[in-house]
Design a protein around this ligand. Structure first.
Ligand SMILES: Nc1ncnc2c1ncn2[C@@H]1O[C@H](COP(=O)(O)OP(=O)(O)OP(=O)(O)O)[C@@H](O)[C@H]1O
Length: 439
């Protein structure tokens, strides 16, 4: 559980997301409230439920990114779903409980990975021993023990120094179990889930002898040994409790299922989705293949552009469950500039790092950045506003030639200034049809 203060959380988020102060503030408070809740006495603690958040803003302005970064900060299991992917029970489509089942899968994977990380050293030692066993089969009775162990020391040293990396050995490895795909009938996902669980436990472990280079064998053995060391039951329990206390569900496009008029056809099913979502948000128990999951304390963040529908078009019960409303602003040219250069892993830094691997130094002048931001902004205005996502398509186009010719450019510095940007992008950005296809 993260004990960061709201100020610390916002300042961490600032490293990745430009602007959107209101939304950052809201999620920071929500995260801190979880920590506060843990400090409250037991009886009252159960009564305190999260204040879910509704993010309102156009596409590509950072709604998902804020939620995702928050989850990463808190080491919280996180899932993003689109409300439109679900249909009312009884219709063809996914049922909403699958959100929690998928999140359980994510939580368990996350818990297992963190466990494996902790056990890595022990797994590495065990893997090393297994390689040594192959290189120097364990001494049989009657052999001179010390001689054997001396040789083992020598080989161990060589192994650690990487001297044996390319030597091939034959080693017994666990054979990956074939994945069984079980498609359940509509509304019976739970049954299919249980069947899958049963089948995956059936059958003996199969081992297979494979010939591999030592460095590759080591990698696989470390994974195998780590998996053996992980206490599956404990990991599962911890994962589910982490999910219940810290999980975050991000529901995108909630506005697309917002309609209150009693109508026929798709409207009925849209309202049905809201009705189905309600118990999850209010707190219910969902059966997953790892066990029952209570959703009472999961934080829900819903988001949508709300161009046509309004939050007040959601069914009243759902409106009440998303008491915190935050609006995210459209991004300006200045925001685009900041996104290009100021964020931690900004696009500019990413491309510079990629090309540096080829010995090409990429330099952006301030006027180059401004022009690039302008171009992205104009294309958004002329065609479709996809927010900051436009920066990726424009950047890719801008650097297309350099990326292709990087090998030839090794040792050189390429400077991207306003003229360079104009030469590559001006024609494209001014032609609406071309922009629609290329940028
Ligand atoms: N304010 C911002 N600062 C930095 N990067 C941003 C910002 N807004 C968007 N981005 C980048 O643009 C991309 C898309 O943003 P994001 O997924 O958050 O969109 P969104 O607002 O959730 O839209 P949608 O509702 O369509 O999913 C991400 O890669 C993100 O890094």
């Amino acid at each position: 559980m993260s004990s960061m203060t709201p100020q610390e959380i916002v300042s961490e988020l600032d490293n990745h997301i430009v602007g959107q102060a209101g939304a950052k503030r809201a999620v920071a408070i929500a995260l801190r409230n979880r920590w506060r809740r843990q400090q409250v006495a037991d009886g009252l603690r159960q009564e305190i439920t999260p204040k879910n958040i509704l993010m309102i803003g156009p596409t590509g302005v950072g709604k998902t990114e804020i939620a995702r970064r928050l989850a990463r900060l808190a080491d919280a299991p996180f899932i993003k779903v689109e409300a439109t992917k679900f249909t009312e029970v009884g219709y063809v489509g996914k049922d909403v409980d699958s959100i929690i089942r998928d999140l359980a899968e994510i939580a368990v994977k996350q818990a297992r990975e963190s466990e494996v990380k902790k056990l890595r050293m022990r797994a590495e030692d065990a893997a090393e021993e297994r390689i040594l066993d192959v290189l120097l089969p364990p001494a049989r009775t009657g052999d001179v023990a010390t001689e054997g162990s001396n040789a083992r020391q020598i080989f161990r040293k060589k192994l650690r120094e990487g001297q044996l990396d390319d030597k091939e050995i034959e080693i017994e490895l666990l054979d990956a179990k074939p994945q069984l795909e079980i498609m359940g009938p509509q509304g019976m996902e739970e049954m299919a889930e249980q069947l899958r669980g049963m089948f995956s436990q059936m059958g003996q472990e199969r081992r297979k002898t494979r010939k591999l280079k030592i460095k590759d064998a080591l990698k696989q053995l470390v994974d195998e040994e780590a998996a053996k060391l992980v206490n599956e039951e404990e990991t599962k329990t911890r994962a589910l409790s982490n999910l219940e206390q810290n999980g975050i569900v991000f529901i995108d496009e909630i506005d697309k299922v917002a309609t209150r008029q009693e109508a026929s056809g798709s409207d009925v099913s849209r309202q049905g989705v809201q009705r189905d979502l309600l118990p999850l948000v209010e707190g219910t128990t969902v059966s997953t293949k790892y066990g029952m999951v209570k959703t009472d304390h999961i934080l829900f963040i819903a988001s949508g552009a709300f161009h046509l529908a309004k939050p007040s078009d959601l069914i009243p019960e759902l409106q009440g469950r998303f008491p915190i409303r935050v609006e995210l602003q459209s991004l300006s040219v200045e925001d685009f500039e900041a996104i290009l250069v100021q964020t931690h892993a900004s696009l500019v830094k990413q491309y510079q790092a990629l090309l540096e691997t080829e010995g090409v130094k990429l330099e952006f002048t301030p006027d180059g950045i401004t022009r690039l931001a302008h171009t992205a902004f104009t294309v958004n205005e002329r065609t479709e506003n996809i927010g900051a996502r436009r920066l990726s398509t424009v950047m890719e186009r801008l650097l297309d030639e350099i990326s292709f010719d990087a090998v030839k450019l090794a040792g050189q510095t390429v400077t991207i200034d306003a003229t360079y940007v104009d030469e590559r992008l001006q024609l494209l950005s001014q032609d609406e049809d071309l922009s629609r296809y290329i940028l």
